[in-house]
Design a protein around this ligand. Structure first.
Ligand SMILES: [Zn+2]
Length: 319
């Protein structure tokens, strides 16, 4: 039998917290807020430092490569260590120093300075680039979200943020603002074609048209969403609305394997199954999600010497 096309194309992991490979298996079977507050955040407070992130990211890169992944977008802490690991392993990456202001403005401002340092340092690098990465609308306040988007616009770089990951987040946003998380982000002016919305499990039809109108990119992380019991993102509706949907693993603690083929297969099966429609998310669409849509989310024109156009032509020829 001929080798499957996805075995020959460079795959993109559009959302990772690579160094979390160290926490694989930590806090199994917990809901997201409990998992973060009781397990992950205390572990991170105790363990992470620049060397830890460097060493663990190298392990994650080896695992991603083994699974055919040739570029990824990261969101974590000490991203200069992620850059060091990627430089050494010659792995293309979009860095994202995770920004949270829950621990106070001082911590936030320091991380923001680090973000700007990374944007400056890697603006001409051949395969390392940086993004602006506020963690979510519920962990970064309105003025800081606006401030971070202004920086992203100055550097013309991706702006990645977790959005509408859980029902709780979705409902609390209505309680707080009378708006869905996506409506809120639109109101404060941070949505555009460089904005990468990660998860989007809970979306109204209005949210979908807002995302399409603003040309935002979506990163779907089906394994993480299932493992944390968050739900299933309506990616068939997003794709129908013309939105570019890429795939991510999320961190190893919530997805186990850094495997985009697994994410692709699952994303298609889930939509076919829950909608009782085997025509949804055809193979060609999955291959695009695993490859060129990821490149578009990362805003990279080529990977391992192959351009988006060349890869797209190969996919069109195969299907
Ligand atoms: Zn994530």
């Amino acid at each position: 039998m001929e080798e499957a096309i996805e075995e020959k194309l460079p795959l993109i992991n559009a959302h990772a917290h690579a160094a979390m490979v160290a926490f694989r298996g930590a806090g199994e079977d917990l809901p997201l807020d409990k998992w973060l507050k009781d397990v992950i955040w205390p572990l991170e407070a105790k363990m992470i430092n620049p060397d830890f992130v460097y060493e663990q990211t190298k392990i994650a890169i080896d695992e991603m490569r083994k699974n055919g992944i040739e570029a990824f977008m990261d969101m974590y802490f000490f991203e200069d260590s992620v850059a060091r690991a990627c430089e050494e392993k010659k792995m293309p990456v979009v860095l994202g120093e995770g920004l949270i202001d829950l621990k106070g403005e001082d911590v936030f401002n320091k991380d923001l300075e680090r973000t700007i340092m990374l944007l400056e340092k890697y603006k001409s690098h051949p395969f390392i680039k940086s993004s602006v990465a506020p963690h979510s609308p519920y962990t970064v306040n309105e003025s800081n979200l606006i401030k971070t988007k202004k920086i992203a616009r100055e550097y013309n770089c991706p702006y990645q943020i977790h959005v509408s990951e859980t029902k709780k987040e979705f409902e609390e946003s209505f309680d707080r603002y009378g708006l869905s998380p996506v409506e809120y982000l639109e109101r404060i002016g941070v949505l555009d074609d460089k904005t990468v919305l990660v998860h989007c499990v809970y979306l109204t039809d209005k949210d979908i048209s807002i995302i399409a109108k603003n040309n935002c990119k979506i990163v779907h992380c089906p394994v993480s969403n299932l493992k944390l019991g968050c739900g299933i993102a309506p990616i068939n509706k997003l794709i129908d609305a013309g939105v570019i949907v890429a795939l991510g693993t999320d961190g190893s603690a919530s997805c186990d394997n850094l495997d985009i083929k697994e994410a692709g297969r699952l994303s298609s099966l889930l939509q076919k199954g829950i909608n009782c429609d085997p025509t949804l998310i055809p193979k060609k669409e999955i291959i695009k999600m695993m490859t060129i849509n990821g490149m578009r989310a990362l805003q990279i024109e080529s990977v391992v010497g192959k351009t988006i156009k060349e890869i797209e032509e190969k996919i069109e020829k195969a299907y």
